[in-house]
Ligand binder design. Structure first.
Ligand SMILES: CC(C)(COP(=O)(O)OP(=O)(O)OC[C@H]1O[C@@H](n2cnc3c(N)ncnc32)[C@H](O)[C@@H]1OP(=O)(O)O)[C@@H](O)C(=O)NCCC(=O)NCCS
Length: 170
């Protein structure tokens, strides 16, 4: 039977990661927001000072199977900082292709991110989820995550495009 491996992404995975980023955006009904290219993913993740790190879930067929190993999920994260508690890890995206869901792959990715967080001395592992995404919310809660909107009333904000240029006076 095929097995699944959770491993660090390589530069050559960026095409697969981009395909999955698009699938996740479609799932989130926000496809029009995806502007990233494979070139940008390569430059930003695999240069001298990476802006992000990524885990991929890869199906490894048995030698009897004719298929090649293929990437069916990913978790993309980076490091941030809490002035209250120090080093943080932030999971920007997690996605598993529909036909591979419910087999523990998403949980394995999340556990691996927690492991990286502890290895790097992080005190918090954070992520954000859309309010209607009850499956993902249920999964995070079942693994012990706290809903910060519910518990402390945080809202997520962003400056973008014209608003950001105006702020910067550019
Ligand atoms: C959320 C997600 C990454 C979880 O991955 P996964 O590989 O299905 O996760 P697991 O198999 O480890 O466990 C998922 C749990 O959620 C349940 N689940 C959630 N969505 C499911 C789905 N679509 N199909 C099957 N099970 C699902 C399972 O029953 C399981 O619960 P259990 O441990 O009590 O059995 C995956 O469902 C996914 O990619 N969803 C769409 C994208 C998404 O919502 N991403 C998160 C954005 S913040």
């Amino acid at each position: 039977m095929a097995s699944v491996s959770i491993r660090e992404a390589k530069e050559g995975d960026c095409g697969s990661i981009l395909r999955l980023i698009r699938e996740l955006a479609e799932y989130e009904k926000l496809s029009d927001q995806v502007k990233i290219s494979e070139e940008a993913l390569i430059a930003d993740g695999f240069g001298e000072n990476p802006f992000y790190h990524c885990l991929v879930a890869e199906i490894l067929p048995t030698p009897m199977e004719s298929q090649e190993p293929h990437v069916v999920g990913y978790g993309l994260y980076y490091f941030s900082y809490s002035t209250w508690k120090g080093r943080n890890i932030y999971l920007e995206d997690i996605y598993v292709m529909p036909e591979y869901r419910g087999q523990g792959i998403g949980t394995k990715i999340i556990r691996k991110v927690a492991e990286v967080a502890l290895d790097k001395g992080c005190t918090q592992f954070r992520l954000t989820v859309l309010d209607w995404n009850k499956n993902a919310i249920g999964l995070y809660k079942s693994l012990g995550a706290q809903d910060l909107t519910e518990a402390e009333g945080w809202h997520s904000f962003r400056f973008e495009g014209e608003a950001m240029r105006e702020l910067a006076g550019k």
